[in-house]
Design a protein around this ligand. Structure first.
Ligand code: SAH
Ligand code: AVI
Length: 327
């Protein structure tokens, strides 16, 4: 489905409310029917979840957004000069707040013609697309889709810079990440480039604090997946019956977020005719957030034929941004 408005905004919708509900139903049936239980993190981001994520980015404990912004502030001019991109594609774009640094630099370099934000969250995407169209007067071709399913729907042509910021790649489990990168690389032409933000391995205390803030915003974000299931699938989760858990796993090199049932109880999910039993202390894994090192990024991109041309971090070395091209 394509909608265009009077300004230069086109929105391609590959996830309608019906297809979203069907995909959520399948994930809930599989994930809550499994042992151990698991839910994919993409379901955090309804309107409330997107607002909660936005609040997370401003928390004192959550350093990744500030660290990545510092890298982009320092390097956006170089990125624009090296890529001379006419199209900026952004995967998992959210509010595209940091992306403005890239849009500014590409505008200043005189190459920018088109911006293509891509996100599963339609309302957030439409808001960002309209704001950027107004502010930059650039053609905006937004795509509502799942970057694990709809990468083939990205706009083609020109010199594209595909940005995947925020460390969202770390929310994919290793096999899904490898599949995502392979598909992405397959779709890149010789003049395209890939800009990837990756949060870096660091000490446990800082990592766990970033995912378990004192104000409880991340806890609310974590529980939001239960509100999403209640709304979309007529379930009767009481989110407050679950504790928020965030733990660093040094062997896997990722943070795991879980929801831990405070007591034994059952939940009815009428929309899919499913009853789910939870034991006291039983956990549902809701997110992994993998943390990287430079060699690991180079190895994973190299495995799909992408060469890292530039590697930058913020001054503290907390967050890495790489610029890669097809080899
Ligand atoms: N890039 C922004 C937002 C990161 S939050 C930043 O750096 O701050 C992660 C974003 O990815 C959310 O907007 C969420 O809706 C989107 N997202 C998560 N899983 C997705 C998927 N499978 N396909 C498309 N978008 C996804
Ligand atoms: C979007 N993504 C990179 C965030 C992260 O840090 O993994 C999501 C998040 N989860 C808890 N806090 C933020």
């Amino acid at each position: 489905m394509v909608t265009t408005d009077a300004s230069q905004v086109r929105v391609d919708v590959h996830l309608t409310p019906d297809t979203l509900a069907a995909a959520l139903a399948a994930d809930v049936r599989a994930g809550l029917g499994a042992a151990p239980k698991e839910l994919p993190p993409k379901w955090f981001y309804d309107d409330r979840g997107s607002e909660l994520f936005d609040a997370i980015t401003r928390l004192p404990e959550y350093y990744p957004t500030r660290a990545e912004r510092a890298v982009l502030m320092a390097r956006a001019g170089t990125i624009a000069a090296e890529t001379r991109a006419d199209t900026l594609v952004e995967l998992g774009s959210g509010t595209s707040e940091k992306t403005r640094l890239l849009l500014d630099a590409l505008t200043e370099a005189g190459s920018l013609r088109r911006f293509s934000p891509f996100d599963v969250s339609e309302a957030t995407l439409r808001g960002a697309a309209a704001a950027i169209s107004d502010e930059y007067g650039v053609t905006v071709h937004a795509v509502v889709g799942d970057f694990e399913r709809h990468l083939d729907r990205l706009p083609t042509g020109g010199r594209r810079l595909v940005a995947f910021l925020g460390g969202t790649i770390g929310n994919l489990a290793p096999p899904a990440r490898a599949a995502f990168l392979a598909e992405l690389a397959e779709g890149l032409g010789p003049d395209d480039a890939f800009l990837l933000g990756t949060d870096l391995v660091k000490d446990r205390d800082r990592l766990e604090a970033a995912y378990d803030d004192d104000a409880g915003v991340t806890a609310a974000f974590n529980r939001n997946v239960l509100h999403v299931i209640n709304d979309a699938l007529a379930a009767d989760f009481v989110p407050e019956r679950f504790d928020h858990v965030a733990r660093w796993d040094p062997d896997a090199a990722w943070i795991e977020m879980r929801l831990r049932s405070r007591e034994a109880h059952r939940v009815q999910i009428d929309g899919i005719g499913m009853t789910v039993g939870f034991g006291a202390g039983e956990e549902v894994r809701t997110e992994i957030s993998a943390k990287f090192t430079r060699p690991r990024v180079e190895q994973e991109l190299g495995a799909v034929g992408l060469t890292v041309r530039e590697w930058w971090t913020d001054p503290a070395g907390d967050f890495g941004v790489s610029l890669a091209t097809p080899s």
